[in-house]
Design a protein around this ligand. Structure first.
Ligand SMILES: NC(=O)c1ccc[n+]([C@@H]2O[C@H](COP(=O)([O-])OP(=O)(O)OC[C@H]3O[C@@H](n4cnc5c(N)ncnc54)[C@H](O)[C@@H]3O)[C@@H](O)[C@H]2O)c1
Length: 344
């Protein structure tokens, strides 16, 4: 098997590359190495930027520095592949307000180009959407317990109407990608999937305040920097470990049931930001310092995926529980502490 992974040097993409190398596949990581959010993390950005590239090259991945916005280059590199996994994106809501053009070109045209390449080459494609495309009207459906927001029913499935509430450019660009995937499935019978992903976490994630909050909390704890929580800290996500998402990509490759799928850990992995701080304190034996700040524009206070469709359709189920996954993440941060030393 030969696979091309767009955004292969990103957090999730690097896991998809590693997953398929372990399966004996030929793997191409296709990434333009922008990683805009790294400039704002407060730790050694250049070392972080290159870490996944070096890691993947050492395990035998073919590295291609190129842009998903270039259809010709993408299609040329994908020629001869059996599968495209599309993880390249501008993933941060904050950056989408500040640079809507970057957000639109990367997320809309990037996804469009992946679909076009897959159509031309007649190969399946799995793409990363996000649970943010449902919008934040969910915020109006919540009650509160001391440590988390609560909703009845707890889990949300794919029939929940998308794009409700206050929208940001990220909502628009990621939803456009999701709609294009459905259009290519319906019009060209493309074997494609849009994974509406919940909060993902794991090793090789250089989380900052813009994107990747579990890693951001774990890294800041490890370098004794305060964590900033925007909002009450009761925000809930059914966090999912990166390798569980890789299993979902592989389940789609095997079953080829096109469509949109909520991919998260479900109720078993649902934690609030406050719960996450508790878990980190329990694992490290030290309670991180937390500063509270106001909610951010567009923030979604709650999401737990109803994963029944993926479980039935793809035969997939998430496996890694938060304590285990956060433990692996913290071990990796400790092993790579040089990267995370505070800048300046
Ligand atoms: N991390 C999460 O919690 C989360 C949650 C929901 C959805 N997602 C989605 O999952 C996907 C992967 O997220 P991630 O956390 O691994 O992000 P990431 O930022 O770590 O990785 C994205 C990669 O894409 C690359 N990239 C950006 N623009 C590109 C371009 N024009 N051409 C080629 N490569 C480009 C970047 O250099 C980066 O390496 C994204 O689509 C994101 O929206 C992530």
């Amino acid at each position: 098997m030969k696979i091309i992974v767009t955004g292969g040097c990103g957090f999730l993409g690097s896991h998809v590359c590693e997953f398929y190398v372990k399966k004996g596949a030929q793997v191409i990581a296709y990434d333009n190495m922008t990683k805009h959010e790294l400039a704002r993390t407060g730790f050694a950005a250049e070392e972080a930027r290159n870490h996944n590239w070096d890691y993947l090259r050492n395990i035998g991945v073919k590295m291609v520095k190129a842009d998903v916005r270039n259809l010709e280059e993408l299609a040329d590199n994908a020629a001869g592949c059996d599968y495209i996994v599309h993880t390249a994106a501008q993933p941060a809501m904050t950056i989408s307000w500040e640079n809507p053009l970057l957000d639109a070109t990367t997320n809309v045209m990037g996804t469009f180009n992946v679909l076009e390449a897959a159509r031309k080459l007649k190969i399946p494609a799995a793409c990363c959407a996000t649970i943010h495309i449902y919008g934040n009207k969910i915020n109006e459906e919540l009650t509160e317990s001391p440590d988390r927001y609560v909703r009845e029913p707890a889990a949300i499935d794919e029939n929940y109407q998308i794009l409700q509430g206050v929208l940001t450019p990220l909502h628009a660009s990621k939803a456009a990608g999701d709609i294009y995937i459905r259009a290519y499935i319906d019009t060209y019978k493309l074997e494609a999937a849009s994974f509406r992903l919940s909060g993902i976490y794991g090793t090789r994630q250089f989380g900052g305040e813009d994107h990747g909050w579990v890693a951001n909390f774990a890294i800041r704890s490890a370098i004794s920097q305060p964590i900033t929580i925007f909002g009450t800290g009761r925000q809930v996500r059914d966090i999912i470990y990166a390798t569980d998402v890789c299993e979902a990509f592989d389940a789609f490759y095997k079953t080829r049931k096109p469509g949109v799928y909520n991919i998260g850990g479900g109720q078993a992995t649902a934690i609030s930001l406050l719960n996450c701080v508790d878990i980190i304190a329990k694992i490290t034996g030290a309670r991180p310092h937390v500063d509270m700040a106001p909610d951010r524009h567009g923030d979604l206070r709650y999401f737990i995926c109803d994963t029944s469709k993926a479980e039935k359709g793809l035969g997939w189920k998430p496996k890694v529980m938060p304590e285990q996954g956060i433990g692996l993440l913290i071990d990796w941060i400790k092993e790579n502490k040089g990267i995370f030393k505070a800048k300046g």
